[in-house]
Structures are given as structure tokens and as C-alpha cells.
Design a protein around this ligand. Structure first.
Ligand code: NAD
Length: 229
């Protein structure tokens, strides 16, 4: 598959490193905001993998959709513009897949919380979410922590979220439920950025040829439950 890499920071470089090993061909790399000027090579891509900045995500989605390229958007912190993104990709007839966390382990955590939440609510548990990331991360709390809280709040569980930015931590999320005399703790730690990059490359395969807006959770669930697996 021919891919473009949009954003050449920590994540863009990791996607590039893993792509060729996984049989993808990188046909364009847009390194920064100013690197868009006169870019024609981008149209050679079937799918673009975008990891940039919260302010850049929507303009990039618009550009890529207008060029007819399917999109994997890993950037977080832009989800208030989700309706606009949906409209753009539907009008352009391309596919867009997004995830606050492209590690497959995080998606399994979301599934687990979805199953636990109604029971914890019934048992009147007190719950909370905590996350730690490297000090250069621009948004807080993380998109993953917000998603975890949203799942719990959907079962009427009041969910405080707290966070810490320190050193080079790639990603650590903790869910805690207190039941009085016992507690449940679910940790998810990402050991390296490869986990996100690998997930984004899988997402590129899953979104190719689809039209509209999808969460990675939706596409991955279909993939995991497909009969041919
Ligand atoms: P980074 O700061 O290392 O790199 C971002 C790069 O994007 C920079 O090189 C910057 O010059 C470039 N850029 C900014 N605007 C651009 C534009 N309009 N066009 C092209 N390039 C542009 O950041 P990072 O650690 O690679 O993370 C990027 C984003 O991805 C952040 O929002 C981060 O929270 C998110 N992230 C998501 C996941 C996930 O699994 N969804 C995992 C890690 C990071």
C-alpha cells in the first residue's frame, strides 16, 4: 500500500521506520506546516497517516480529503471538530479513521471498561482515571483518559481524571474502582511508540476504500470478529 506520512515528529518517524518493514511504500512525507507548499507527491498516496498538532488536524483532514486520500488521524485534542471532519470526508467520499490511542491494548481496555461500568454503577463504586505522559505532550488530560471517563460516565459513574507530565513516559493509564473493602485496578502501559505506529498502519489497511468517519475501535472490532480470522 502507498502511504503518505503527515507530521514528522516522534510519531511520524516511528511510522516511517516500521512502514517499510511491514511492506508499505512511503511515497510522501510532509514534515511541517510550511512543508505543504507546492506538494504534488501527496496525490500518489492511497492513505495518509497524520500525527501533527491539535490545531493542524482539521486543516490537514480537509487537504487530504480534497486530494481523495483516505486518512488515519492519530493527532489528539481536535475532537470538538468531529462533526466538521465527518462532513468533509463524507462530501469528499474518502475514509477517515481516528483514535486517541492506536495501541490495540488500549482498545481492549475500553472494551473492558464498557463491560465493567454498568456493574460498578449498580454496586455504587467510586471510580477514577489517572494518566502519565512525557513532558512534551501538548494536551491534558490525554484523549485516552477522556475516552475512559466518557465510557464510565455513560453508566452514570462520576469519574475524576487526573494526570502528570514527566520525563519521557510514552503512555500510562490507570483505572481505579473502589468498592469499599476491595478495589479493582486496571493498568495499561505502552512500552514504546511502536505500539501506536503499528496500530496506525493496521488502521491504514482497514480504512482503505471505506467512506466516512470511523473510530479505530469500530474497524478493529469488525476485524477481530471477522469469520476469516
Ligand atoms: P511531535 O511534536 O513530535 O511531532 C509533530 C510534528 O507535526 C512536528 O514535527 C510538526 O512540525 C508537525 N506538524 C505540525 N503541524 C503540521 C502540519 N500542518 N502539517 C504537517 N506537519 C505538521 O508530536 P508527536 O509525539 O509525533 O505527536 C503528534 C500528535 O499525535 C499529538 O497530538 C499526540 O498527542 C498524538 N499522539 C497520538 C497517539 C495515538 O495513538 N493516537 C500516539 C502518540 C501521539
Amino acid at each position: 500500500m502507498r502511504i503518505a506520512i503527515v507530521g514528522y515528529g516522534r510519531m511520524g518517524r516511528e511510522v516511517e521506520r516500521l512502514a517499510s518493514r511491514a511492506g508499505f511504500s512511503v511515497v510522501a512525507v510532509v514534515r511541517s506546516r510550511s512543508d505543504w507548499e507546492g506538494r504534488l507527491d501527496i496525490v500518489n498516496a492511497e492513505v495518509a497517516i497524520e500525527f501533527t498538532h491539535p490545531d493542524s488536524a482539521l486543516p490537514n483532514i480537509r487537504r487530504l480529503a480534497e486530494a481523495g486520500i483516505d486518512i488515519v488521524c492519530g493527532t489528539t485534542g481536535w475532537y470538538d471538530h468531529m462533526d466538521e471532519a465527518r462532513r468533509i470526508v463524507e462530501e469528499a467520499g474518502v475514509g477517515l479513521v481516528y483514535a486517541p490511542n492506536f495501541s490495540t491494548g488500549a482498545l481492549l481496555i475500553f472494551d473492558t471498561l464498557r463491560r465493567l461500568a454498568p456493574h460498578l454503577s449498580r454496586l455504587k463504586a467510586e471510580v477514577g482515571v489517572f494518566e502519565v505522559h512525557h513532558s512534551a505532550k501538548k494536551d491534558a488530560p490525554s484523549g485516552t483518559a477522556k475516552r475512559m471517563a466518557e465510557i464510565l460516565q455513560n453508566s452514570s459513574l462520576n469519574t475524576p481524571v487526573s494526570w502528570l507530565r514527566v520525563g519521557g513516559v510514552v503512555g500510562w493509564h490507570l483505572f481505579l474502582a473502589d468498592l469499599g473493602d476491595e478495589s479493582i485496578e486496571v493498568h495499561h502501559r505502552v512500552r514504546s511508540r511502536s505500539a501506536f505506529a503499528r496500530g496506525a498502519l493496521l488502521a491504514a489497511q482497514l480504512v482503505r476504500g471505506k467512506k466516512g468517519l470511523f473510530s479505530f475501535q469500530q474497524l478493529l472490532t469488525d476485524f477481530l470478529n471477522a469469520d476469516d480470522n
